[in-house]
Design a protein around this ligand. Structure first.
Ligand code: NAI
Ligand code: X2X
Ligand code: MG
Ligand code: MG
Length: 366
């Protein structure tokens, strides 16, 4: 466990130096890790563990798209791929990676198979924290913990294949065996986390629900839409409005923020831009602070959890989500974005070498 200073506060983190993969493999060598659910997190976590030498099996509803995807990914029916209940019986660590709403319906089946000494693993603090709404109360004689990747399961897998890692938080809710810390950190390393920072189930879910409704997904779409609308209303073309709202951010400026922070990005822009941004960022902070306070209050009182459970427990929840996602995709802003993305050089059809050669000759002869 390393102690690092995060802006003046010292926190516990676990890096691959303190807990190398070999140690994680040793901790998990006698375990059967059953990944229940093969949606977004399931594939990333199961495949990364498999390639890290962990004895991992997948439990998924048969005759489903996710089942077919698990087969395509190399999991073999009857060997490493089972229906949910069979996987629950075989698993010594149950990774509960169904959707948060589905975890409620499946809980009575899962609970039956949580025999003494097993472990129940989540990637979100949702089910345990909002137990008054989910009914998820584990037996006292099992370990209960979480590893929450701070990003999409798709990115977890891509970054693993690139030899990189997505950061994750970890928390222990119940340590019945005395092995919960080693088990949870070993799993965090095995799924491909870059480093692990400590949290609690409640802190994880409150911050995660806030983040995904805020800067990570909800608020960012909101400010994109607002700026695009103002530019278009004042006569700017869709391509100019989209470039100035999204494309420049994702292609040029956000990578600079990721590289070395916001001040670094500012310092690599014009002094005209720096003056303006330093004048305006506090106005945007002040305008959005009340919204973020309302958001956090809605998360902390369980209203956001209730909304998610109510809508995502309906049989047609995916169709309903897809209708709203299509509205986003069909909006002028994201339609303009589709064309802008197609113009990126890497998306251009390969220009034939002889055409390139010809244009080069023209240039040199001019
Ligand atoms: N999506 C992500 O990248 C992240 C997800 N998480 C957490 O990981 C867990 C899994 O999330 P996702 O992979 O996004 O879940 P998901 O929404 O993709 O669903 C996972 C699986 O549950 C199955 N499922 C849905 N309803 C079902 C039902 N009624 N009965 C049986 N199976 C059902 C789906 O077929 C799918 O295979 C959740 O707790 C989530 O909060 C954490 C970090 C990021
Ligand atoms: C990808 C992630 O971290 C989210 C946004 O919290 C989620 O998918 O729930
Ligand atoms: Mg998240
Ligand atoms: Mg989330």
């Amino acid at each position: 466990m390393a102690k690092l200073n995060f802006g003046g506060t010292v926190e516990n983190v676990v890096t691959r130096d303190e807990f190398p993969l070999a140690k994680a493999q040793g901790v998990l060598k006698d375990e059967v890790v059953a990944v229940i659910g093969y949606g977004v997190q399931g594939p990333g976590q199961a495949l990364n563990q498999k390639e890290n030498g962990i004895n991992v099996i997948v439990g998924q509803r048969k005759n489903s798209k996710s089942w077919d995807k698990a087969v395509r990914d190399g999991f073999v029916e009857g060997k490493t791929l089972f229906d949910i209940e069979t996987a629950l019986a075989k698993g010594t660590i149950i990774c509960y990676l169904l959707s948060d709403a589905a975890q409620i319906a499946m809980w009575p089946t899962v609970k039956k198979h949580l025999t003494p000494g097993k472990a129940l693993y989540f990637s979100h603090g949702f089910g345990i924290t909002y137990l008054d709404q989910t009914g998820i109360v584990p037996p006292k004689d099992v370990d209960v913990f979480l590893v929450a990747p701070k990003g999409s399961g798709t990115s977890l897998r891509r970054m693993f294949l690139q030899g990189r890692g997505l950061n994750s938080s970890y928390a222990i809710f119940q340590d019945a065996t005395g092995k919960a810390f080693d088990r949870v950190v070993a799993l965090g390393i095995a799924i491909g986390s870059g480093y692990l920072f400590e949290t609690t189930f409640k802190k994880e879910v409150y911050s995660d629900l806030t983040g995904e409704r805020g800067t990570l997904m909800g608020a960012i779409q909101g400010i994109f839409a607002a700026q695009f609308e103002v530019l278009r209303k004042n006569g700017h073309s869709p391509s100019e409005a989209f470039n100035e709202t999204v494309e420049e951010l994702t292609q040029s400026l956000m990578p600079l923020v990721a590289e070395n922070g916001m001040d670094w990005m500012y310092a690599n822009c014009s002094t005209t831009a720096q003056r303006g941004a330093l004048d305006w960022w506090k106005k945007f902070r002040d305008a959005t602070l009340p919204v973020f306070n309302d958001l956090y209050e809605s998360v902390a009182t369980g209203k956001e959890a209730a909304r998610s459970i109510e809508s995502n427990s309906k049989t047609d929840y995916r169709e309903k989500l897809e209708v709203e996602l299509k509205e986003l995709a069909d909006s002028e802003m994201w339609q303009a974005g589709k064309t802008v993305r197609s113009l990126r050089p890497e998306n251009q059809p390969a220009v034939a070498d002889d055409v390139k050669e010809a244009s080069k000759m023209e240039t040199t002869s001019n």
